[in-house]
Design a protein around this ligand. Structure first.
Ligand SMILES: [Zn+2]
Length: 344
């Protein structure tokens, strides 16, 4: 029997833009667990999921482990927005803000409880932005030692809160992959191998990163399905994306940051994402794609960067371009389940 809350979530799934969960009325099979900030859930209960957003971040500020948010201001801005997002049918969000640039798991837990959205936090370090948010110890320690810290967050919980990460987030700068970014990649793979957590690696338009990832995966004995090419929409053409998807990696088209007032820029963003999706669909690779906005409901000192354009603009565009409800559902429900479930 589904709980009342699950039942209500299923009803709300029925109402968003005609998206229907394939799980309704079908016996649940063993598809693994996902660790949210309020505890483990069955991957079947993930629902409509945004796989790359920021509930809040300190991006732009100096590196610091303990973010110093104005909690009242944060809640006044982020909480009503999360409730609005829930009203659009979203059941869960992966928060991609890492330690040292604004992760606060206790605050995420409060926001999750008050908004009734599943929030999922991460372990790992952010190696983009010229390594500004990489802590000192990462330079001194080996990949194995870093992995030990991250595995410990999964096994023991983060900072005595009991809250466990539901995925690994790392990032690499553009150009040739630096030693520190390579070390983060290796540590992430070792963490994934030990925990089953999937790795979202901020990559953008740098195909050197997935190429190196493939080599490291062979060395570390990790399957490509544990790796997400994050910000893949930044590639100008789709060939490398279809190649990586064929090799088994996830492709994250997560830059649907629209609705900020610049309609020309919005159109270019929508078109870029659509073109990549059409190319992936043509190669029968939609089962390897995630979509999201990279929005932020409390960026440092700024207005909300909305994370709702998928529902207001992108889904209608997909329908106009021949995507079925089943395919749209695959992108927002089934693929996130498969990407992040930890099989037992
Ligand atoms: Zn991001």
């Amino acid at each position: 029997m589904p709980s009342r809350r699950q039942f209500v979530q299923q009803l709300s799934l029925l109402s968003i833009g005609g998206i229907v969960s394939p799980n309704i009325g079908i016996a649940q099979n063993r598809t693994g667990k996902i660790y949210t900030v309020t505890g483990a859930i069955s991957a079947n209960d993930l629902g409509v999921c945004l796989t790359h957003e920021h509930i809040m971040s300190n991006f732009g500020a100096e590196r610091s482990y303990q973010p110093n948010y104005d909690v009242a201001a944060l809640k006044a801005q982020a909480l009503p927005y999360l409730k609005h997002i829930k009203s659009l049918g979203v059941a869960s969000i992966l928060d991609c803000t890492t330690a040292y640039f604004g992760r606060d798991v206790s605050l995420l837990k409060e926001l999750s409880e008050e908004s009734e959205i599943h929030l999922i936090t991460n372990t790992g370090y952010y190696g983009a932005a010229n390594d500004r948010y990489v802590p000192e110890h990462a330079y001194q320690e080996t990949a194995e030692q870093l992995a030990e810290r991250w595995i410990n967050e999964f096994e023991q919980g983060i900072d005595q809160t009991g809250i466990r990460p539901g995925f690994i987030k790392i990032a690499a700068d553009s150009g040739a992959v630096s030693d520190i970014d390579k070390k983060l990649m290796r540590a992430a793979l070792q963490t994934s191998r030990a925990t089953g957590l999937t790795i979202a690696c901020h990559t953008g338009d740098n195909p050197a990163v997935p190429k190196l990832a493939q080599e490291l995966m062979d060395e570390e004995n990790v399957q490509p399905s544990a790796w997400i090419w994050t910000h893949a929409h930044q590639m100008k053409t789709s060939e490398e994306l279809t190649g990586a998807a064929k090799a088994g990696m996830w492709i994250s088209l997560d830059g649907l940051r629209i609705g900020g007032g610049d309609t020309e820029a919005d159109q270019a963003t929508l078109d870029r994402h659509l073109q990549h999706l059409l190319a992936l669909k043509e190669q029968r690779l939609l089962s390897k794609v995630l979509i999201s906005h990279d929005g932020n409901s409390f960026p440092r000192g700024g207005a909300i960067r909305p994370y709702e354009g998928i529902f207001t603009q992108f889904i209608p565009l997909l329908k106009e371009n021949g995507f079925t409800k089943r395919e749209i559902n695959q992108l927002l429900v089934n693929n996130p389940q498969r990407a992040f479930a930890i099989l037992e």
